[in-house]
Design a protein around this ligand. Structure first.
Ligand code: ADP
Length: 294
């Protein structure tokens, strides 16, 4: 177990202010890491812990949080520092009390702010560094062509992980066919938008003022539809959210089909992380997409 007093020393060094916290409290709800709340009654920090090998993952998460925060759109916890302590890696960030009631039109505000965040753009798809999606590696080597990026760094990459995990046969045969053909579905010239990258309902909440907050990102520059698609994967963010997003930045025709193409990445990732029924779900999505392409 990491030494919380040692982590407090790191935090004090970064902030330049003394920090003598009380013993930490555990925070539940995460999928990958152990989480702690570390505070002295005045200041409070959210600390994630993992094996020492998780340091690069935390460094990438901190860089991603900083990139999202720089857009000054949706609220994001400010990253503070990363490091190792007693053989564990840690990431310290601003603690934001979640579970607030959405302010008036909270869902619509979230939709508008997400569209504004997606306006942050760059020359190529990908990112300055690789990161992780869940605990799977997510390659981000920049690429000008979105179809190539989605084929090689996203779907093809997860299909290769699936083969290495023993998911062969029909999934791979149909998957390879989809890799060859899915370009036909990308007829809307996406720009490289700054994406959260893992925007399911569990990674968004409302802060103390009812403001929408996003956290736990897997940042890269990609087609903004990939972020939107994921919000719909495990439940959806409500009609007001989507209406406000589309009003701020309308979507091109064909999104309803591409949504499945983009969410296939996450379902393949779930297959690789959790196994089970995700194989049948992935095959069903591939079949539907191939039927669309004809
Ligand atoms: P994991 O990386 O293990 O999936 P999360 O980043 O999803 O962990 O965090 C776990 C839970 O802790 C979240 O569901 C959320 O409720 C809460 N949480 C995440 N970040 C913060 C934060 N900065 N401040 C307060 N609570 C947070």
């Amino acid at each position: 177990m990491a030494d919380w007093q040692d982590i407090a020393t790191h935090i004090a060094a970064v902030t330049g202010e003394p920090f003598a916290p009380r013993p930490p409290r555990h925070v539940g709800g995460g999928c990958i890491n152990t989480a702690l709340r570390l505070g002295d009654g005045q200041r409070e920090y959210f600390i994630k812990l993992n094996d020492a090998a998780g340091l690069a993952m935390f460094e990438a998460e901190a860089t991603g949080l900083a990139a999202l925060a720089a857009t000054e759109t949706l609220r994001v916890p400010s990253p503070l520092c990363t490091g190792t302590s007693s053989g564990q890696a840690f990431l310290a960030m601003e603690y934001i009390p979640l579970g607030g009631r959405p302010r008036g039109d909270g869902a619509a505000t979230a939709g508008r702010l997400l569209a504004a965040m997606h306006r942050a753009s760059t020359a190529e798809f990908g990112w300055e560094r690789d990161n992780t999606i869940g605990s799977s590696p997510q390659p981000n080597t920049p690429e000008r062509d979105w179809v190539v990026f989605w084929r090689e760094r996203r779907l093809g990459h997860q299909l290769q992980l699936a083969a290495a995990n023993g998911y062969r046969g029909r999934l791979q045969e149909r998957g390879v066919l989809l890799l060859e053909r899915f370009g036909a579905l990308i007829d809307h010239t996406p720009v490289p938008s700054l994406l959260h990258g893992d925007l399911w309902g569990g990674n968004m909440g409302f802060g103390p003022e009812g403001e929408p907050v996003i956290f736990d990102p897997a940042v890269y520059y990609g087609d903004r539809e990939a972020d939107l698609a994921m919000t719909e994967l495990f439940g959806g963010f409500g009609g007001d959210f989507y209406a406000a997003y589309r009003e701020a930045w309308p979507l091109a025709p064909g999104y309803a089909v591409r949504k499945t193409l983009y969410n296939l990445y996450h379902i393949l990732n779930h297959l690789n992380l959790f196994g089970g029924g995700y194989r049948a779900q992935a095959e069903g999505m591939i079949d539907r997409l191939l039927a669309e392409i004809g």
